[in-house]
Design a protein around this ligand. Structure first.
Ligand code: AMP
Length: 309
């Protein structure tokens, strides 16, 4: 089953303790598409300017990403984000955000996209997330991500709250969950988001993994233990790509299916952070994903204290 995604397609300029790059392919929509497309077909909705090198578009196409929903504005500039990470790479410091062509983008879904069952509203203006959601006929499972940039502004926060009421899964990092709810305790905060309607809240905690809270319980997915981390940009979007890709390819949206999809998310995010930009995702194979999945299972399994029957 295909997954439809709307999200930023960006030229990123980044600095981490391990290097610096300028104008590389980034954006939540790009990371998500490259992560999910290893598991399931992806339909991308987004907009780019004249300055996005054609090789980046070709790259997405070469991974089987459906680009019918990608618009190019010939007299416009691509979305740009500049960010910096200190040694604590769990916190991204935004230096600059330029919406550019996303500022007046009015997404028109190609007719072939409208019946998509699995939809991911990656990080972008909440109003655009709503516009896209309105054009999908009867989605079966909708995921949503956002960030401090949209939560901190009362107008975009209002729109974001409207989208949250209409989705199945909310993906946010721990700081964003706290900022959105005004609650320090993450379980209490997640409960407040569940009260708006979603079935599950997936809280990303960087190198410490991710925690899901639903009405059925709590699940903790560890991050894959890596010795090389160069650039955490896109980890969250790659986590979501792995998660949604697995959900769409298995069709299992039960609590058990959600827990398994989280492990896929953790594994796929581990490839993303090993190199700058999307390069880590390009190295990834299905075999390597399965190997890391098994490894993660082994390092997080422990025996019950109950005596065996
Ligand atoms: P992540 O590290 O997974 O949270 O996402 C990183 C990506 O998000 C980068 O490649 C940026 O281009 C993109 N990004 C940063 N700020 C925004 C924003 N305000 N709206 C949409 N995308 C953004």
């Amino acid at each position: 089953m295909p997954v439809l995604v709307i999200g930023s397609i960006a030229l990123d300029s980044l600095e981490t303790p391990f290097g610096k790059v300028e104008d590389v392919l980034g954006g939540a929509g790009s990371y998500f598409s490259l992560a999910a497309s290893v598991l399931t077909p992806v339909r991308l909705v987004g907009v780019i300017g004249a300055d996005l090198p054609e090789r980046y578009v070709d790259l997405l196409g070469s991974r089987g990403v459906d680009l019918q929903g990608l618009q190019r504005v010939n007299n416009g500039k691509t979305f740009r984000w500049a960010g910096r990470y200190e040694y604590d790479m769990n916190v991204a410091h935004t230096l600059d955000t330029q919406l550019n062509v996303f500022g007046d983008f009015q997404p028109q879904l190609p007719p072939s996209y409208r019946d998509t069952d699995y939809v991911y509203l990656a990080n972008i203006t909440p109003r655009l997330q709503l516009d896209v959601l309105d054009q999908v006929e009867r989605p079966r499972f909708v995921g949503l991500d956002s960030m401090n940039f949209w939560i901190g502004n009362p107008e975009t926060k209002r729109d974001l709250t409207e989208v949250i009421k209409r989705v199945n899964a909310v993906f946010m990092n721990d700081a964003e969950v706290r900022q959105f709810t005004g609650k320090y305790n993450l379980f209490e905060a997640a409960r407040q988001i569940l009260d708006l309607g979603p079935q599950v809240v997936l809280m990303k905690k960087g190198e410490h993994g991710a925690v899901a809270v639903s009405r059925e319980g709590v699940f903790v997915a560890a991050a894959y233990p890596l010795e090389t981390v160069k650039d955490p940009t896109g980890a969250g979007d790659s986590f979501a790509g792995g998660f949604m890709g697995q959900l769409a390819s298995s069709g299992d949206t039960s609590w058990t299916g959600i827990k398994r999809a989280m492990v896929f998310g953790s594994v796929i995010a581990s490839f993303a952070v090993e190199a700058f930009s999307v390069d880590g995702l390009l190295q990834m194979t299905r075999e390597a994903i399965h190997e890391r999945y098994e490894m993660l299972r082994q390092v997080t399994m422990f025996e019950s204290l109950a005596p065996r029957a």
